[in-house]
Design a protein around this ligand. Structure first.
Ligand SMILES: [Zn+2]
Length: 218
């Protein structure tokens, strides 16, 4: 009994229940190192994490980084950054864009779980962004996606009319990330305050689906 209480207190007193401790200062570097392990074939996080499953299962989660990314099956955030159970608080939809539900999820992450960083992670060859750029009619509810993505990339055709479709897409992916970085904060008073108080930072990055490498936007 005493021993288990001591163990609980020891775990609770540690800064994080996560598999990988990601501090606010240096968060980008920690994520970059994880991505270097992944892209270099040296991932360490994805064995059975018995200890961390037990720890987070019993005591709860304290993720440090929330990720907004695409549902694309090639962009699994935990794999890309070589992170483990309890590390990332992830919202995904096709294109990776803010919605009231995504925004509320991030508010919960920041207010209740201790998230200090929101990363908007776009990716190359994004089908949702491609469809939005092409502007062709789409069936069913898929138009909800292209309508949501449109404001973030509406000037791409005008500003980059001289470029190839592939280059236009790359510009659109980056423009969308920057747009969503602003949207996530602008749509939430709670997140605005956390950012103003220095308790929250927002980052953007592009994941290259051909190389497995992430490039952070400055
Ligand atoms: Zn995508």
């Amino acid at each position: 009994m005493k021993k288990s209480l001591l163990l609980t207190l020891t775990v609770l007193s540690s800064a994080s229940l996560s598999w990988s401790e990601i501090k606010m200062v240096g968060a980008q570097g920690t994520l970059e190192k994880g991505n270097q392990r992944f892209a270099g074939g040296k991932s360490i996080a994805h064995a059975w994490q018995k200890g961390n499953v037990a720890k987070t299962g019993a005591l709860g989660q304290t993720p440090s980084v929330a990720v907004l990314t695409c549902s694309d099956s090639r962009t699994p955030a935990e794999l890309i950054f070589d992170m483990g159970v309890g590390d990332l608080f992830v919202c995904r939809n096709a294109g990776g864009f803010d919605t009231p539900e995504v925004n509320a999820t991030f508010e919960y992450g920041v207010a209740a779980l201790g998230v200090h960083t929101i990363l908007v992670l776009g990716h190359t060859k994004c089908g949702a962004v491609t469809a939005t750029l092409e502007g062709k009619p789409v069936p069913g509810n898929i138009s909800l996606l292209t309508k949501a993505l449109q404001p973030g990339i509406k000037k791409i055709h005008q500003e980059h009319s001289d470029l190839s479709k592939e280059d236009q897409l790359n510009h659109a992916v980056e423009a969308l990330i920057r747009y969503q970085m602003l949207e996530v904060i602008q749509n939430s008073e709670l997140l605005q305050k956390a950012k103003a108080d220095g308790k929250l930072q927002v980052m953007g990055a592009v994941y290259d689906v051909e190389t497995g490498r992430v490039r952070f936007l400055n």
